[in-house]
Design a protein around this ligand. Structure first.
Ligand code: GLU
Ligand code: MG
Length: 505
C-alpha cells in the first residue's frame, strides 16, 4: 500500500458541518435518554453503519450502555475503509489509504431504530468526523446534507425514495438457486414464500419503515419493496435499513438475499431506482426564502410545513412537458445531462454494466419518457387527482450497489446545476430506444449510456459540476476505488463477475 497520501482531504466547504463542544454535550444528553428507553425495550446493542465508496454497508457496534459515549465522542474507525474494494482488498488514493488515522463514528440519534429483524439490536446511521470534530470529506451522509442545504438556500427541497430489488436463493453455497419457482410477477411466488414475505413486511413496519408495496419481480427468485418518499438523508437511511432488514429476515428463513446488480450473468438484474420530486418552499409561485436552510428535514409529507407556508411539487401543475413546471423540467434535465458521469456513483461495480443493457428495463439510454421503462429517466405523473403529491422522476439506470447517500448527493448537485442554468429537456421518448436503430437514435439525439465502468469513471473525472459539488477528495477516492475494481475483475467472464459480486452488497 502506498504511503504518499496528501495529508489532508479537508474541504473548507464543510466547516458548517463540524461538531462543536455544545453539540457534543447535547448529543450526549439525548443519547443517554435514548439508551434508557432502548434498554427498557430489551435492546442490547446498537449498530452504527455507514456505506463505503464501493457501496458496502460497514459497521461498528456498541452496547447500549455506551451509546451516550458514542454520541458525544464517537467510535473509532480507520479512514482506510474509504478505499476498500468489494472483495475487501484495499487500494490507495491521493487522499485516503494506509493504516494511520482515526475517524469518529457518531450515531444519528433521530434515525436510531430498533431492528425488528435482529432482536436486541438497534440501527443508527453514522456520521464520520475527524477527532477535532471536523466533518470527514468522504462522509457521504454529510455531503448529502450539504446538497440538501444548498437546495434549501435556493428555496427548494427534494423528496426521495429508493426501490429495493433483491433475489432470494436457497441458503448455503455461493451459487444462486432461486428459492421459488413461480413466474415473473406471479402470485405463485407470493404463495410459495408467503411466510417469509409476511415477516419482511412485519419487520419493516416494526422498524418504522412505511412500505408502499411489495411484489415479485421479473428475474428468478426476485422481489421488490418500495417505500414512501422522505427527505434525502432519510431516504438513504431507509434504503440501508430496508436492505439489512430484508437480509436478516431472509437468513432467518434459511435463505439468502442478493442485492447485486447482476445475480446471474444471463438474467435481469437488481435495480436500485431512485424516485425524486422537487418541492418549492413558500406560497405557490411565490418567491423563495433564501434562508430556508435546515427546513428540508421537516418538510415533506403535507401541503403546508411548520411555518404555515405551502410546499409545492414542481413535477406537477406546470406548463412544461406533461405538466412539469419549468423548475421541475430543469432539475430533471440537469440529471439527464450528466448521467454518464453520475453512473460512476449510481452504477458503481463492474457487474453494474452487465445489468445496464437495453430491453431489460434498466434504462440503458440517456433519454427520458413518460412512464417509459426503457428510458434512463422515467417520468411518473401518478393518477389523475393525486398528481400534485405523486409526480416524480425515476432514475432507472442506477442499481442496488450504489452508496445511496453519495448517489443522492450527486443527483441533487446535477439537478441544482440544471436549475441554475435553466436547462430544458429534449423531446421525450415513447418507445424502447433499442427498437429505433442506431440512425434513428442518432437523429433523435439518444445516446447509449456508458457500457463499462471505465467509461463512467472517465466521464465522472471530467465532470466539473460533480467535482465542484462533492470535492476533490471524493472524485479522487471514488475513481481510485473504481479503477481498483476494474483491475480486480479484468479478464473475468460475465459469470465470474456475477459470482464475485453476488453476495457482497
Ligand atoms: N430489474 C430491473 C432493473 O434492473 C427493473 C425492473 C423494474 O422496472 O422495476 O432495473
Ligand atoms: Mg422493479
Amino acid at each position: 500500500m502506498e504511503q504518499s497520501q496528501e495529508t489532508t482531504a479537508a474541504d473548507p466547504g464543510l466547516a458548517a458541518y463540524a461538531l462543536s463542544g455544545s453539540t457534543r454535550a447535547r448529543l450526549g444528553e439525548r443519547a443517554a435518554e435514548t439508551a434508557r428507553r432502548l434498554a427498557g425495550e430489551g435492546i442490547v446493542a446498537v449498530a452504527l453503519t455507514w456505506v463505503d465508496v464501493s457501496g458496502i454497508t460497514r459497521t461498528k457496534t456498541v452496547p447500549v450502555d455506551r451509546l451516550e459515549h458514542a454520541a458525544r465522542w464517537g467510535v473509532g474507525m480507520s479512514p482506510v475503509f474509504d478505499v476498500f474494494l468489494l472483495d475487501d482488498s484495499v487500494v490507495s488514493g491521493r487522499y485516503i489509504g494506509g493504516p494511520t488515522g482515526d475517524l469518529r463514528l457518531h450515531p444519528v440519534l433521530e434515525r436510531l431504530v430498533p431492528m425488528a429483524a435482529l432482536p436486541g439490536w438497534a440501527h443508527a446511521p453514522a456520521l464520520r468526523y475527524a477527532q477535532d470534530g471536523s466533518a470527514h470529506p468522504l462522509d457521504a451522509r454529510t455531503l448529502l446534507r450539504r446538497e440538501t442545504d444548498r437546495l434549501a438556500a435556493l428555496g427548494w427541497s427534494v423528496k426521495a425514495a429508493f426501490e429495493i430489488e433483491w433475489a432470494v436463493s436457497k441458503g448455503g453455497g455461493d451459487d444462486f438457486s432461486p428459492a421459488c419457482k413461480g413466474p415473473a410477477y406471479g402470485m405463485t411466488r407470493v404463495t410459495e414464500l408467503a411466510g417469509y414475505l409476511r415477516d419482511v413486511l412485519g419487520a419493516l413496519k416494526s422498524s418504522g419503515v412505511t412500505v408502499a408495496q411489495l411484489h415479485p419481480e421479473y428475474a428468478a427468485g426476485q422481489y421488490e419493496v418500495s417505500v414512501t418518499a422522505e427527505d434525502p438523508a432519510g431516504a438513504a437511511d431507509t434504503a440501508v435499513l430496508v436492505r439489512e432488514t430484508v437480509r436478516a429476515v431472509t437468513l432467518e428463513h434459511g435463505l439468502a438475499a442478493s442485492f447485486s446488480p447482476k445475480v446471474e450473468a444471463g438474467s435481469v438484474g437488481n435495480g436500485g431506482h431512485v424516485h425524486l420530486s422537487l418541492w418549492r418552499e413558500g406560497p405557490a409561485g411565490g418567491t423563495a426564502n433564501a434562508t430556508a436552510r435546515g427546513t428540508a428535514n421537516s418538510l415533506p409529507g403535507g401541503p403546508a410545513n411548520a411555518t404555515g407556508r405551502g410546499s409545492v411539487n414542481a413535477m406537477a401543475g406546470g406548463s412544461g412537458p406533461y405538466a412539469m413546471t419549468g423548475a421541475g423540467e430543469s432539475f430533471t434535465a440537469g440529471i439527464l445531462h450528466r448521467l454518464p458521469a453520475l453512473l460512476a456513483i449510481g452504477a458503481p461495480t463492474v457487474a453494474s454494466y452487465l445489468r445496464l443493457i437495453p430491453s431489460h428495463w434498466a434504462g440503458a439510454f440517456a433519454c427520458w419518457g413518460l412512464e417509459n421503462r426503457e428510458a434512463a429517466l422515467r417520468l411518473v405523473t401518478g393518477a389523475e387527482g393525486e398528481r400534485e403529491t405523486a409526480a416524480n422522476v425515476e432514475v432507472k439506470c442506477v442499481d442496488a450497489a450504489a452508496n445511496p447517500y453519495l448517489l443522492l448527493a450527486a443527483l441533487l448537485a446535477a439537478g441544482r446545476d440544471g436549475l441554475g442554468t435553466g436547462l430544458r429537456l429534449p423531446e421525450p421518448v415513447d418507445v424502447d430506444p433499442a427498437a429505433l436503430g442506431e440512425d434513428e437514435r442518432a437523429a433523435r439525439g439518444i445516446a447509449p449510456l456508458p457500457a463499462s465502468l471505465a467509461e463512467s469513471v472517465a466521464a465522472f473525472e471530467a465532470d466539473p459540476v460533480l467535482r465542484d459539488a462533492l470535492g476533490e477528495a471524493v472524485i479522487d477516492t471514488v475513481s481510485a476505488v473504481r479503477r481498483g475494481e476494474i483491475a480486480l475483475l479484468d479478464g473475468a467472464t460475465p459469470q465470474q463477475i456475477a459470482a464475485a459480486t453476488r453476495w457482497r452488497h
